[in-house]
Design a protein around this ligand. Structure first.
Ligand code: G
Ligand code: G
Ligand code: G
Ligand code: MN
Ligand code: NA
Length: 254
C-alpha cells in the first residue's frame, strides 16, 4: 500500500525515467533498434524494480496513466534523436494488456505520433500474450487500427503464456520475442534450446520476425545465429542504457 501511494505520485514528481536497450541484427552484426524500459527512482524507496512496480501498476489500474507517460516520453525522445540525424531504426515500447483494452488506445497512439512527429513505421509495440488472449474482437480491432497507421506489433515473452496458434495467425503480428527463460536454457542440460529453436521455426512458418531476449553468453549467440534467429537483445551485447549513454553509443557505433 505504501508502494502504491508513492507510485500514484511518481509521474507528477518526475521520478520515472526511460532507459533504452539496443537490439542487434544477428546476420549483419549491427545495431537494429532499441527497446524502451521504464525505471523508477523514488527519494524514499530508492530504485524500485519494474518486476515489482509494473504488476502493481497493472493491479491498481495506474498502468493506464504511467504507460501513457512511457509511450509519450520514449516517442518524444526517439523523434528528437531522429531529428539529430541518429539512425534510430526502431523503437520498441512495452504496453500492458490493460492499456491496449482501455478505450481509445489506438487514438492515443495516433495522437502521440502526431504530437511528437515520430514516423509510425519506426514504432513497435510489445504486447504480452495476455493482451491477445483477452476479448478477441476488441483486441483485433485495436491492433488492426495500429497496423493501418504503420505501427509494428510484437508479442513479448513469447512461450510463457497461453496464446493459441490459431489466434496468433489471425492477429496482425510482425514479430515474436523469445522469452529470456528459453534463451537461458541454451547450453543447459535442461531444455537445451529446444523451445527457442521451436519458436524460431514457428515465426518462420508464420512469416514473422523473431528476436531472442536475455542473450548473455557467446554460446547462446552462436546457437541463435546458426538457427537463423533474426535479432538479439541481452547483456552480452548491451545493457539497458540511459538516454545520455545511448547518445554515446550512437557516436561510437552508428
Ligand atoms: O526492464 P525490466 O526487464 O526490468 O522490465 C520488467 C518488466 O516490466 C518487463 O516485463 C517489461 O515488459 C515491463 N516494462 C518495462 N517498461 C515498461 C513500460 O514502459 N510499460 C509497460 N507497460 N511495461 C514495461
Ligand atoms: O519482459 P520484457 O522483455 O519487456 O523485459 C525486458 C527486461 O529484460 C528488461 O528489464 C531488461 O533489463 C531485462 N534484460 C535485458 N537483457 C537481459 C539479459 O541479458 N539478461 C537478463 N537476465 N535480463 C535482461
Ligand atoms: O559497449 P558495450 O559493452 O555495449 O558492447 C559490448 C559488445 O557488443 C561490444 O564489444 C561489441 O562486440 C558489441 N557491440 C555493441 N554495439 C555494437 C554495434 O553497434 N555493432 C556491432 N557489430 N557490435 C556491437
Ligand atoms: Mn519487452
Ligand atoms: Na514484457
Amino acid at each position: 500500500h505504501n508502494l502504491e501511494r508513492h507510485l500514484r505520485k511518481a509521474v507528477g514528481r518526475g521520478e520515472l525515467a526511460m532507459h533504452y536497450q539496443p537490439l542487434f541484427d544477428i546476420a549483419l552484426g549491427q545495431y537494429s533498434g532499441m527497446e524502451a524500459l521504464m525505471r523508477w527512482d523514488n527519494p524514499e524507496l530508492g530504485e524500485v524494480r519494474p518486476e515489482e512496480f509494473i504488476p502493481l501498476a497493472e493491479d491498481t489500474g495506474l498502468i493506464v496513466s504511467i504507460g501513457e507517460w512511457s509511450l509519450r516520453q520514449s516517442c518524444r525522445q526517439a523523434a528528437t534523436w531522429v531529428s539529430q540525424g541518429m539512425t534510430l531504426a526502431r523503437l520498441a515500447v512495452n504496453v500492458s494488456a490493460m492499456q491496449v483494452l482501455h478505450k481509445g488506445f489506438a487514438q492515443l497512439v495516433s495522437s502521440i505520433l502526431a504530437e511528437t512527429g515520430l514516423d509510425p513505421r519506426l514504432l513497435e509495440l510489445e504486447l504480452t500474450e495476455s493482451a491477445i488472449i483477452s476479448d478477441e474482437g476488441t483486441v483485433l480491432a485495436v491492433l488492426l487500427s495500429l497496423k493501418q497507421m504503420g505501427v509494428q506489433l510484437a508479442i513479448d515473452d513469447f512461450g510463457i503464456g497461453y496464446s493459441s496458434l490459431g489466434r496468433l495467425k489471425r492477429f496482425p503480428i510482425d514479430r515474436l520475442k523469445i522469452d529470456k527463460s528459453f534463451v537461458g536454457d541454451i547450453g543447459q542440460d535442461s531444455g537445451n534450446g529446444g523451445i527457442a529453436n521451436a519458436v524460431i521455426a514457428l515465426a518462420e512458418g508464420m512469416g514473422m520476425k523473431v528476436t531472442a531476449e536475455g542473450v548473455e553468453t557467446d554460446g547462446q549467440l552462436d546457437y541463435l545465429k546458426n538457427r537463423r534467429c533474426h535479432e538479439v537483445q541481452g547483456f552480452l551485447l548491451s545493457r539497458p542504457l540511459t538516454a545520455l549513454q545511448i547518445e554515446a553509443f550512437f557516436r561510437q557505433w552508428a
